[in-house]
Design a binder for this molecule. Structure first.
Ligand code: 9MR
Length: 603
């Protein structure tokens, strides 16, 4: 069925107040299409959801894999030590069996759902191991042969290291492999997965997971797969982003190369505010791009969405979520959305079946679209192999390596091999050509770091009132747009012009700053005079009230660097990095910035 027909039908039904006749009736259910591709398509529920007949019908007819959304977790099954309650899990198992769905067990060990008696208890290593063994043996043993796949350990890595969980503190890092060992002993035929979020592409977290599971494989710890949760923000898979297909593919491929399976275990695509047509389109494209990478890879064996209909999504109740979010394949009336058809159509095409959408309909949401924020850039290259990120593209993009930790101390040896850009051009050039600056940017898991080395034969600072006239004297400006909308033409929260005055040479605390929203940056500054001018090192937290910058490969920010210099009275020099800002408009128009792209240094 064509989208236009569906929309017309929806409109008619809305007008006449009739109940919706599922538009998917004319295309095969997702589960048939998935089977034709030899892959599972799954979704989740709580027992209470099943009392809604519409939900039960959609879940049972569209999906061939079932996951307990919450009720098979440790804190739900063993609320008191030694007292196991399987009522809810059994209800869900019966539903799955009646609907001929394969069950994926979720999850045995997860720090977020440990009963208080365990997480707050004071157990020795041996006691904690015994508790873990007992829980895993009892749960896995009970469903032996009926739950063929388990998420054994969930979310045990945080950033690039082991998460500090109660079991880690009681047992040590080997609690993870012990859990796999016990699950294997309880059901030697079950496939055992490690599952996590925020590690779908290439970043420190996915590297830590890769290192851990490689080590398990090498040492014969029984592990069979890695679950990539895939809780996405709309647009995260778009070209140039950290989850663009090439990055997702690279991560999945390296896991597959270890002989492990990969499953997309909890996909949803959230968005801010109220959804609109464009959000539905970009969301459909995100679903389709992830599914496409999965279908390309034989090792990717399941594609699971975290909920059936938008109203039941966990995102609506989550603190960091959105009560209006529509992140799933079905809307709150259980009607299939564009994302549903994007998924169904790809499954149909890949199985050689009749397409469900026309090529034009697919192009309409997959097309790069007029509001994508990244312009076409040349393929990143590195002229110096030791350099930690690709060469900057003059005036357009700066690739900032991470994780590189920098100390703000005036010693620039920690900036070695970080790309350096010299800026000696701009709308007001120094009369005696004595002024220029070079800058560099890097990141670690907590901060963005900036270096500016200014050549200037005459330092002028401390003359002007910082709030209104700061830019009339010697100062460096770094600009950031963290909103994801690089086309923004006005300042708003998340966009900052951070003017760092040479006056900081005096060691002022807090630093002397100027510029729109500069206070939002919570920047730390070290400044000192040098033989040829002055130097500034600065750090901006990745998490502030105004922004949350993800330290991920290819995360893209708007970025600009300026220099103001004075030889006595007022500013006589203005140097600008971004070639999109020849006439000094960045202070009022952030669309004039260039781009800062974070680059995972091992990539
Ligand atoms: O969707 C689940 C929600 O119903 C539960 O209340 C919540 C409890 O913390 O867990 C949610 O599912 C999580 C999953 O188990 C692990 N990955 C993140 C999911 C969303 O929080």
């Amino acid at each position: 069925m064509r989208i236009r027909t569906i929309l017309a039908l929806l409109l008619l039904l809305a007008i006449f107040g009739m109940s919706f006749v599922a538009a998917q009736e004319e295309s095969p259910p997702l589960r048939d299409l998935a089977e034709a591709n030899d892959i599972y398509i799954g979704s989740v529920a709580w027992t209470q959801h099943l009392s809604n007949p519409r939900l039960a019908e959609v879940l049972g007819s569209e999906f061939n894999m079932f996951v307990h959304e919450h009720q098979a977790k440790f804190c739900m099954i063993q609320q008191q030590r030694g007292v196991f309650n399987f009522t809810d899990v059994d209800t869900l198992m019966d539903f799955a069996a009646e609907n001929n769905m394969v069950v994926r067990g979720h999850t045995l060990i997860w720090h977020s759902c440990e009963p208080a008696w365990l997480s707050e208890g004071d157990f020795s290593r041996d006691e904690a191991i015994e508790i873990m063994r007992d829980h895993i043996y009892t749960v896995v043993g009970r469903y032996k042969g009926r739950i063929p796949i388990w998420d054994v350990v969930n979310e045990a890595i945080d950033g690039g290291t082991y998460r500090n969980t109660p079991l880690l503190r009681m047992i040590g890092e080997d609690y993870i492999e012990l859990a796999f060992q016990f699950a294997h002993e309880a059901d030697p035929d079950a496939l055992l997965f490690y599952n996590d979020y925020g590690a779908e592409g290439l970043n420190a977290k996915s590297q830590a997971i890769y290192d851990m599971v490689s080590d398990f494989v090498a040492r014969g710890v029984p592990i069979h797969g890695v679950g990539l949760q895939m809780h996405l923000q709309v647009g995260e898979t778009e070209e140039g982003n950290w989850l663009a297909q090439e990055n997702l593919r690279a991560n999945m491929q390296r896991i597959a190369d270890l002989g492990l399976q990969v499953q997309v275990t909890e996909m949803d695509v959230r968005h801010g505010g109220t959804a609109n047509e464009r959000i539905y389109q970009r969301q459909a494209a995100d679903y389709r791009r992830v599914l496409e990478v999965c279908l390309d890879l034989e090792a990717c064996t399941a594609f699971i969405v975290w909920g059936v209909s938008d109203n039941l999504s966990w995102i609506r109740g989550w603190d960091g979520g959105n009560p209006q979010a529509e992140p799933l394949l079905f809307n709150s009336n259980f009607e299939p959305k564009l994302a549903y058809f994007a998924v169904a159509d790809l499954l149909a095409r890949r199985a050689g079946l009749e397409p469900i959408l026309s090529d034009e309909e697919v192009d309409a949401f997959m097309g790069t679209g007029e509001d994508t924020t990244t312009a076409a850039l040349p393929e990143p290259t590195r002229s110096n192999p030791a350099q930690l990120a690709p060469d900057p593209v003059a005036g357009v993009v700066y690739y900032a390596p991470f994780s590189v930790s920098i100390t703000l101390d005036g010693d620039t040896s920690d900036w070695e091999n970080i790309p350096r850009v010299t800026v000696d051009n701009g709308p007001a050039l120094p009369a005696n050509s004595d002024t220029s600056f070079s800058f560099a940017v890097a990141a670690d898991e907590t901060s963005l770091y900036f270096l500016a080395e200014v050549q200037d034969s005459q330092l002028v600072y401390g003359l002007n009132e910082p709030v209104s006239a700061w830019y009339l004297e010697d100062s460096v400006e770094f600009y950031l747009n963290t909103t994801g909308n690089l086309e923004a033409t006005a300042y708003e929260s998340g966009i900052a012009q951070i003017g760092i005055l040479a006056a900081n040479i005096t060691g002022s605390e807090p630093p002397i700053l100027g510029g729109s929203n500069s206070g939002d940056s919570h920047i730390s500054v070290f400044a000192m005079e040098t033989e040829t001018g002055y130097l500034i090192e600065a750090a901006v937290p990745l998490e502030t009230d105004a922004w949350s910058i993800q330290p991920r490969h290819r995360a893209t920010l708007g970025f600009q660097a300026h220099l103001n210099s004075s030889s006595g009275e007022g500013r006589d020099t203005k140097l600008i990095w971004s070639s999109n800002d020849p006439d000094d408009q960045s202070w009022t128009n952030p669309s004039r910035f260039g781009q800062l792209v974070l680059w995972y240094k091992d990539f």
